[in-house]
Design a protein around this ligand. Structure first.
Ligand code: NAG
Ligand code: NAG
Length: 360
């Protein structure tokens, strides 16, 4: 009963999350029905970062229609399906799974002819979802002073050179250079003040700072692939044709990073963060362009970095919890009996003569 109630509650959660949005006569408007929330549960030791979603099965999921980010009109929704977003954390790293149906599209080496995803987070308090932070400065005048407070943190994964199931993102070579780049798979750590003032972490218009790092890691997969791991480039793992299936994108980042430049969001256990998810897809065989992406919402989505494992998983925990406590009670009764017996044996006089220390 309790479980059914929780499921209903969770469904209500998703349904309330429907958004009405429209861009009218060039003016930006976003009417988000109510605040949309994601919960990142504490689930240590659950997720392996390999692009596969099996380990996420019993994690609460939220589904979002994908509407064009610059013109969130219901008529222009991504047709092949909704995007499922899941998140957990293990006390050290936070994990995200993005799952979206789509015909398999892949042109090796051509990022814009492959699907692509990005996560964006609010860093500065004034950073808006719309216009990527919303700083009003032009590209030649935005600096960390003129745009202070508008910082957003972005992770962008372009898979044109990324072998499915392999890990990309932060690596020793790019991190030694002190920036957010990824020369192997293009899973980059970026910050921005607006769409025209976007830089790799550590690279800035007024100078570079070699203390930066790419703190993200991630992998991708498509359900049409055979086999489960161990692809190398020579295997040509990339399926032939354009079978229908599901794309998976899986990411992790430490909750806290060593950023000193306001270029990374910092997650707090028990706290909230504001995030957005973008998806690019080569619709009708045409390569995508930077601003032609879909978004899960026309405003920030709130993520709770929860300090316990809650929602649906909590009910299963409490069930096994009652079994455990009965067992614990039984065990303590047995040990009480044992200790009474041991105590009796110890206290029972045995007639051993007392030997003073000095005689030993
Ligand atoms: C900062 O780094 C970028 C990329 O490596 C480089 O093009 C630029 O010249 C550097 N700027 C300064 C001021 O060193
Ligand atoms: C802006 O960035 C430059 C170059 O990294 C740095 O020297 C400076 O301290 C930064 N200023 C602020 C206000 O963060």
């Amino acid at each position: 009963m309790l479980r059914a109630l929780l499921v209903l509650l969770a469904l209500g959660f998703v349904l309330i999350g429907r958004v009405n949005s429209h861009q009218e006569s060039g003016e930006w408007s976003c009417e988000s029905g109510s605040e949309i929330r994601l919960e990142s549960e504490f689930r240590p030791g659950l997720v392996t970062l390999d692009g596969h979603a099996d380990d996420w099965e019993d994690i609460f999921s939220s589904e979002f229609p994908l509407l064009p980010a610059l013109d969130p009109d219901d008529d222009k929704e991504y047709k092949a399906g909704k995007m499922t977003v899941k998140t957990v954390h293990d006390g050290r790293d936070v994990f995200f799974l993005l799952q979206v149906d789509g015909e398999y599209k892949y042109s090796k080496g051509e990022n814009n002819n492959c699907p692509s995803v990005a996560l964006m987070f609010q860093v500065g308090e004034d950073a808006t979802y719309h216009d990527m932070g919303g700083c009003k400065e032009e590209p030649d005048s935005c600096t960390n002073k003129t745009c202070k407070g508008h910082e957003v943190d972005i992770m962008h994964f372009s898979i044109g050179n990324a072998i499915p199931g392999r890990l990309y993102g932060g690596n020793p070579i790019d991190n030694r250079d002190g920036n957010g780049g990824d020369r192997f798979g293009h899973l980059v750590d970026v910050y921005a003040w607006n769409p025209h003032c976007r830089h790799l972490d550590g690279i800035g218009p007024t100078g570079n700072d070699s203390s930066a790092q790419n703190d993200w890691k991630g992998a991708w997969w498509h359900s049409s692939f055979d086999g489960h791991s161990g692809f190398v480039e020579q295997d040509s793992p990339y399926a032939s044709g354009n079978p229908k299936g599901t794309y998976y994108f899986e990411f992790s980042r430490p909750l806290r990073t060593t950023d000193r430049l306001q270029q990374d969001t910092q997650f707090t256990i028990g706290g909230t963060s504001k995030m957005a998810v973008a998806f690019w897809y080569p619709v009708d065989g045409k390569p995508w362009h930077g601003s032609g992406h879909y978004s899960i919402n026309c405003d920030w989505v709130t993520v709770d970095i929860s300090s316990d494992s809650s929602m649906l998983s909590r009910s299963s925990v409490s069930n096994s919890g009652s079994t455990a406590s009965v067992f614990a009670l039984l065990l303590s009764v047995v040990s009480l009996c044992a200790s009474v017996f041991v105590g009796y044996r110890v206290l029972k006089p045995k007639g051993v003569p007392f030997t003073p220390m000095e005689n030993l």
